[in-house]
Design a protein around this ligand. Structure first.
Ligand code: ATP
Length: 363
């Protein structure tokens, strides 16, 4: 089922928790609302569930206007951070709860509950009490309980936050697999960018109540729409510079970074202050003075950290920038040492240039 937000705004007092949300979630999509604490993701999810009503704008499920439809008529399955399962009921009765409330007959209930428990691999624990089960198992019960009612929409609010790191990775893969199998439109809230990148078809990045960018995990990572997204998703080196010249006929611009001049192609006419955003894995380091590199700086290694499969460096350029750099470990290259002088190669074809305020992409 499609979900459409048409200019939705929600205030708490004077402050807008969600401001002008305008987008559509496709049928069968795994869609994630991602952003730091307090950015408005839970508020938006609660508007979809019908727990809150927006102050402005319209919410549609398919072509149906939902603004005043109460929660129990929205056919939604929900999973929360704290599981919200009933400790005094058996696993079976927890999962059966929503079906009993819908007056479904006993044989049907037994069949559907067992199917749902099989999906989350808990059928053998049907008669157990959830109170002595692990966090991961309790979250699976919550998941089975949400999908057993065959909802048209699955809402999940930080469902994995209470689990340890290893179990989170396993559970997120399981949730994704189950969602694909059931082909159910799913809206997932998290502040964990790695989790969002791993599970989503598309992600909406939110900040201070405003949707900053919507796109596939790849798009969001590779082409952040502004400085806020670039800083929140992954690690970005943000270097202040100036676009000195721009030739509108070729698109070529000269960008000054300290005393270094770089050449980049821009998609719009611009001169003035700029911010160059480049990922740590898009900076290469060489210990010989190579002359063949178009965009090289000179730098000194200030910090060198072994991370198993890769090395992490902090390199100070002659221009005074502190750059985070990541390099895959290689048997051919010895790791660089602190205080070593290096050539730093910026792979500008993988960099994003923003205007001076970090609000718009120039290249
Ligand atoms: P978190 O991850 O911490 O839950 P969030 O991104 O989900 O954060 P929301 O819970 O949607 O953010 O909150 C958005 C803003 O609205 C915050 O500034 C919050 O303080 C405010 N807010 C949320 N619920 C209420 C409420 N019931 N009354 C007043 N203010 C609220």
């Amino acid at each position: 089922m499609k979900v459409r937000f048409d200019q939705i705004t929600k205030y708490f007092g004077q402050a807008a928790a969600v401001s002008g949300a305008e987008f559509t979630i496709d049928d069968g999509e795994f869609f994630t609302l991602l952003g730091p604490s307090g950015c408005g993701k839970t508020t938006l999810l609660r508007i979809i569930a019908g727990f809150y009503q927006q102050d402005q704008g319209d919410l549609y499920f398919g072509s149906k206007l939902m603004n005043i439809v109460p929660t129990h008529q929205r056919n939604i399955g929900m999973v929360f951070q704290n599981y919200a399962i009933f400790p005094h009921m058996s696993v079976f009765d927890n999962v059966a709860y929503g079906l009993k409330a819908r007056n479904i007959n006993k044989t049907q209930i037994a069949k559907r509950v067992m199917e749902a428990l099989e999906m989350v691999e808990l059928q053998h624990l049907r008669d157990r009490s959830p109170s002595d089960m692990s966090g991961g198992q309790q979250q699976r019960i919550a998941l089975a309980r949400a999908v057993v009612i065959e909802p048209e929409l699955l809402l999940m609010d930080e469902p994995l936050s209470n689990l340890d790191a290893k179990l989170r990775i396993k559970m997120r893969a399981d949730i994704r697999a189950l969602q694909k199998k059931l082909n159910i439109t799913t809206i997932y809230v998290t502040h964990d960018q790695e989790e969002a990148l791993a599970v989503s078809d598309r992600i909406a990045v939110m900040s201070r109540g405003v949707i900053q960018q919507i796109g596939s995990p790849r798009d969001i990572y590779l082409k952040p729409a502004n400085q806020t997204v670039a800083s929140f998703i992954g690690t970005s080196n943000l270097l202040e510079g100036i676009v000195k010249e721009h030739d509108p006929s070729t698109g070529l611009a000269v960008v000054q970074l300290g005393n270094q001049l770089l050449h980049m192609k821009l998609v719009r006419a611009y001169v003035g202050k700029a911010l160059l955003s480049i990922r740590p894995e898009r900076i290469r380091l060489f210990d010989n003075m190579r002359s063949d590199l178009a965009h090289k700086l000179i730098g000194i290694v200030r910090q060198s950290t072994f991370l198993g499969g890769k090395m992490h460096y902090v390199v100070e350029s002659e221009q005074g920038h502190l750059l985070e750099v990541e390099q895959q470990m290689s048997v051919l290259i010895e790791p660089f040492e602190e205080n070593q002088r290096l050539v730093v190669d910026l792979q500008l074809e993988h960099a994003v240039l923003f205007d001076g305020k970090g609000e718009e992409v120039l290249n």
